[in-house]
Design a protein around this ligand. Structure first.
Ligand code: ARG
Length: 663
């Protein structure tokens, strides 16, 4: 049972006796922030009182009069200006907790109306090695897939790999001009990555050279305007003076912006110019930008040579991606890359044109949406289709072939504009019942608060990052196990090498995933090894330990959890505040999962697990389990330990994080 939902269901008819639109007020029922005020509270009497022009306390009394919660709660209490405080009855809590014991779903009822949900995540552009930036999409996406599936939806995970983009033109150009076949034979992806990087650097250099004069010109103009504005006497009129100040500020920040841009272009340029190898190459390939683009165009037009190269490179690239997915334990139902939609692009644009949605502008085909300055370009002047065209074709495919009701795009916040235009276009294209969501996320930062880079300034490769996580975890696991002692104080390590290696994998990978998931996805976060592998605090390790501990109690007591579940004796007895608090949190798992899914926030789930682990720890400190002499109480506490272990393991599993019974 979703406890919060159940209480809302009780409030709805009660509120309906006072208002025709109870829903907004129903939503004001929530868990209480402070146990002293009860377990749940409803703050709806104040706004409703305002609406009805009646004293809130009187409204609160009317609500309580009509409210039927007698079976669950003690008499509701009205406090202060009209807060309604609810305290669940211990007997009710005991009964509900005991029910969880035999409930495989731990109280989570499958959603009433299951949907087909496509989750589009990870989606790296191949031929560049995966870097830390891909971590978030992969980890958040995989968690959402599992959470939605557990909630009862039909979920299709789809890795929309960038296997057809401009980077292939760059690689083909690089292959034709700079390849080292010997290296390719040994390390194909390494060589392709080198070629990509090289061509990219040279292209950036030429692009910077081209852009520089215009930035300089714009900067001069902005500086001139700023000086002019500064020379003006500030207006007498107050509001005009304010406007003048605002204008100055705007000009100032424009100057700063352009200065920064120019600096970065100059830096880019001089970096190459000072490089003895790169500079001559850049000089020797002045048209590299255009020529790389042409290689892409040739590939897209079906040129045999380029297509053969693409077919040769792609499997190598996919195998390299797979290595990372294996490390992470991430699986996809589908991996339909951008190339899959190539045959559908022309008809997509034709259809948009026919429906009057796409129109010609400057030789390109564009969709213009109200409220958006930027057009959504679906075919460029040179005839090339775009990222946008592919995404539109993909939507049609997912609706028509996969029967999607909802599509989630787990993609970094910088693509917000793209998705706004995409969703707007899709709606006008006729996909009005389709629920489209951009699950956006922030950046992984280094200790300097800037996007996480290696010392040399490169992006951090994901494969080596994951390896390092496991290596660091291994050290901790070794130290831990080596420091174990028996009752006589003698060293007594418990794990063999294989177990240590396995635990290190679970801790290391779990640590990385949890560190990512426990931040609000929209914020940036600073990557920190020490924090993420800490044994206490809001970390995977801490929760994994709590799991190992709660399930370990069964080993110590020599009780088999399954047979306990089959013979739960007198069930759950809540004899102390700690037991009660633990039971309540166990019962709140369903509402926490629902809250996490309501706006796709795995951090709501991590917070719930962290809190449960803490509550369990207080319980375990205060309440004897093994040494409890009252057999009914002992059984009840074992049941609570088992439920805690199950909720922790299920919760972590939904986040894609594994557990081990001994750490
Ligand atoms: N490959 C893209 C990138 O790396 C992300 C694709 C996200 N999915 C989508 N359907 N657009 O930026």
């Amino acid at each position: 049972m979703n406890l919060l939902e159940e209480l809302k269901n009780r409030f709805r008819p009660a509120l309906a006796t006072l208002t025709d639109a109870p829903e907004a007020f129903v939503e004001m029922v929530r868990p209480s922030g402070d146990v002293r005020h009860g377990d749940y509270q409803a703050n709806c009497a104040m706004p409703l009182g305002g609406q009805l022009k009646q004293p809130p306390r009187q409204v609160a009394e009317a609500i309580v009069q009509a409210l039927d919660v007698n079976d669950m709660c003690h008499e509701p209490e009205i406090a202060g200006p009209g807060f309604i405080n609810l305290r669940l009855k211990d007997e009710w809590l005991q009964e509900q907790t005991a029910r969880l014991v035999s409930d495989e779903r731990l109280g989570v009822e499958p959603v009433a109306e299951p949907q087909t949900v496509v989750v589009d995540f990870s989606a790296p552009n191949v031929a560049k090695p995966m870097h830390v930036g891909h971590l978030r999409s992969t980890v958040i996406g995989a968690a959402l897939v599992r959470m939605l599936r557990f909630a009862g939806h039909k979920v299709i995970s789809d890795n929309h790999i960038g296997d057809w983009g401009t980077q292939f033109g760059m690689i083909i150009y690089g292959w034709n001009n700079f390849r080292d076949e010997e290296v390719y034979e040994r390390d194909p992806v390494g060589e392709l990555a080198r070629l990509y990087r090289l061509v990219n650097q040279l292209c950036d250099y030429h692009a910077a050279t081209t852009e520089q004069p215009s930035v300089e010109e714009r900067l001069n103009e902005a500086e001139r305007l700023l000086e002019e504005a500064k020379d003006q006497d500030p207006p007498e009129d107050k509001s005009a003076a304010k406007r003048h100040k605002k204008e100055l500020k705007k000009l100032q920040s424009r100057v700063e912006e352009l200065t920064a841009r120019l600096d970065s272009l100059n830096k880019q340029k001089s970096q190459i110019e000072q490089d003895e190898i790169l500079h001559p190459l850049a000089e020797a390939h002045p048209d590299i930008v255009r020529l790389s683009r042409e290689e892409t165009a040739k590939l897209h037009a079906g040129d045999e040579t380029n297509l053969a190269l693409w077919q040769r490179f792609l499997p190598e690239c996919l195998a390299a991606l797979q290595k990372v997915y294996d490390q992470l334990g991430t699986e996809f139902d589908l991996s339909l890359g951008e190339s899959h939609y190539q045959p559908m692009l022309a008809s997509t644009v034709a259809d948009l044109e026919e429906k009057g949605l796409a129109v010609e502008s400057d030789g390109a085909m564009c969709v213009f949406l109200e409220g958006n300055e930027a057009p959504f370009i679906v075919r460029k002047r040179d005839g090339a289709f775009t990222y946008a065209t592919t995404d539109l074709a993909t939507i049609r495919y997912r609706v028509e072939e996969l029967k999607a009701d909802r599509i989630l795009y787990v993609v970094d916040a910088r693509q917000g504009e793209h998705f706004r235009l995409l969703f707007g276009t899709a709606a006008r294209w006729g996909f009005t019942d389709l629920d489209l969501q951009h699950i956006s996320f922030g950046t992984v930062l280094g200790p300097d608060n800037r996007p996480f880079k290696t010392r040399a300034g490169d992006t951090v490769g994901l494969e080596s990052l994951l390896e390092e996580a496991v290596r660091r975890a291994r050290k901790i696991v070794n130290e831990n196990d080596d420091s174990r002692t028996d009752e006589a104080g003698q060293p007594a390590p418990e794990m063999d090498e294989t177990t240590r290696a396995d635990v290190a994998r679970v801790v290391g990978i779990g640590g990385i995933k949890y560190a990512d998931l426990h931040h609000n996805r929209e914020s940036d976060y600073v990557f920190s090894w020490d924090k993420m592998l800490a044994r206490t605090g809001d970390t995977a390790t801490y929760i994994q330990y709590s799991y190992a501990r709660s399930s370990g109690i069964f080993r110590q007591c020599e009780v088999d959890p399954q047979s306990l579940r089959d013979n739960p004796g007198k069930g759950v007895i809540l004899s102390t505040p700690e037991e009660r608090a633990l039971a309540l949190e166990l019962l709140q798992f369903p509402e926490q999962l629902a809250a996490a899914l309501a706006d796709y926030r795995p951090n709501v789930l991590t917070a719930c697990l962290f809190s449960l682990a803490n509550t369990f720890s207080s319980f375990y400190e205060k309440c004897h389990v093994r040494r409890e002499e009252d057999i009914d109480l002992r059984t009840s506490r074992l049941l609570l330990c088992d439920l805690t272990a199950r909720v922790l393991a299920t919760g972590l599993d939904l986040l894609g994080i594994r557990t081990v019974s001994q750490m």
